[in-house]
Design a protein around this ligand. Structure first.
Ligand SMILES: Cc1cc2nc3c(=O)[nH]c(=O)nc-3n(C[C@H](O)[C@H](O)[C@H](O)COP(=O)(O)OP(=O)(O)OC[C@H]3O[C@@H](n4cnc5c(N)ncnc54)[C@H](O)[C@@H]3O)c2cc1C
Length: 371
């Protein structure tokens, strides 16, 4: 009889455990901490959900499924996890990333709108356009709550019969013809299959994979007026060009989160991550805010650094290798897709294959280490 170890109960592992348990497949989760912790890739209050995907139109069917599964998880949890405030991408009219948003929308007939001038200013006063800039509005966007989402998926998994071994780091996963052995400080555990979802700690369990961990810093700025960046109505925003960042509404009422898009620093392990950021970096974000977000005071009230795992091409690794499913390195954009990735993991465990289009995520595709 099938029995599955899911190693890593973060964003993707918690969803995999939930989807396996929902299908009645016996599953045990292992996490070095506990579901909902903020030491890995799933901390920091909010994550963007969007559908007109500049990272490639092949993601759009997955995003549609992910949105439905977010709804299913919300119903199971009895709380909101995805707030559908819409989203905008802002930048120079001819920018390649704006063209990529429009290409994904065209390929899947998504209802995006291109806004300029007074109409953009009326609809989204928080993000004024500069000379030569346009705004693409994606109504099927919003923001997710990462820590509650992982807690909800883990609870739904446990409710459906899964077990979670908390504060139990896994040191080794070894497969043989008959099954999989998972080693922890308590000894060895046998299963028929294993799912590896270690996020930015991937080096321990996937030492040969072309994965690096990087640190991403979030910075929160106070609003000048309470009516701006309202968490119930202000769209999430991505600004491309110079400066480039993502920006959220004021989710907690204290600050508006801005993640500057700069080349992120590679780190050895999230365990050694400096949670703050150098003053020079904070000054750089403050200057970007002063230049483009007049509704914010450009002195941050909160700075926090998190980590994610990256591949050289920016697409994650999702596929089956023998008795093991690899679900790793979602490269700074995996949270929104976590529920559908979790369901695909369940397909791969159950039948060895999936009908979903994940060729671009094949773990054995040619990839070279970026460093
Ligand atoms: C600051 C920041 C902003 C982001 N913004 C967005 C966004 O707006 N939208 C979006 O879609 N995505 C975003 N992402 C990316 C997204 O959050 C990640 O891709 C996603 O969370 C990755 O999930 P994961 O399950 O791979 O990793 P994690 O969520 O980190 O989970 C990994 C888990 O594995 C456990 N673990 C690891 N090794 C072991 C071991 N050996 N034994 C036991 N347990 C182990 C860890 O404790 C952890 O709980 C962002 C990422 C960051 C860092």
């Amino acid at each position: 009889m099938t029995s599955v170890a899911v190693v890593g109960i973060g964003a993707v592992g918690s969803m995999a455990l939930w989807r396996l348990a929902a299908r009645g497949i016996p599953a045990t989760g292992f996490d070095a901490y506990a579901p909902g912790h903020d030491r890995g890739a799933a901390g920091g209050e909010s994550r963007i959900f969007r559908t007109a995907y500049k990272e490639g139109p092949q993601y759009v069917p997955l995003l549609r499924e992910a949105r439905d599964l977010w709804g299913e998880l919300e119903r199971a949890a009895g709380r909101r996890l995805l707030t559908p405030v819409g989203g905008v991408t802002v930048g120079p009219r001819e920018h390649a990333k704006l063209a990529a948003v429009l290409a994904a929308a065209r390929a899947h007939d998504l209802p995006v709108e291109v806004l300029t001038g007074a109409e953009a200013a009326r609809r989204v006063p928080e993000h004024p356009l500069r000379e030569g800039e346009v705004m693409i509005a994606d109504p099927d966007a919003g923001y997710l709550r990462p820590e509650p989402a992982v807690v909800a998926a883990a609870a739904a998994a446990e409710q459906a019969g899964a077990r979670i071994l908390r504060y139990t780091p896994v040191t080794r996963v070894r497969q043989d013809e008959g099954g999989v052995t998972v080693t922890t400080a308590d000894g060895e555990h046998r299963f028929t299959h294993a799912v590896l979802a270690p996020g930015p700690w991937a080096r321990t369990l996937l030492p040969d994979a072309p994965i690096v961990a990087k640190a991403i810093t979030s910075t929160w700025f106070p609003r000048r007026e309470e009516s701006l960046f309202d968490p119930g109505s202000c769209p999430i925003a991505i600004r491309v060009g110079e400066p480039a960042y993502s920006c959220f509404p004021s989710v907690d009422g204290i600050g508006v989160k801005v993640n500057l898009h700069v080349p992120w620093q590679e780190i050895d392990s999230p365990d050694a991550l400096a949670r703050s950021a150098p003053a020079a970096y904070v000054r750089q974000v403050a200057e970007a805010v002063a230049a483009t977000l007049p509704g914010l005071r450009p002195d941050p009230v909160r700075v926090a650094t998190y980590a994610d795992a990256f591949t050289p091409d920016g697409h994650g690794l999702l596929g089956r290798q023998g008795r093991t499913v690899v679900a790793a390195a979602f490269s700074g954009h995996g949270f929104k897709l976590a529920p559908v990735f979790g369901d695909i993991v369940a397909d791969l465990v159950e039948t060895g294959a999936t009908a979903r289009g994940i060729g671009h995520l094949a773990p054995d595709r040619p990839l070279r280490r970026s460093s």
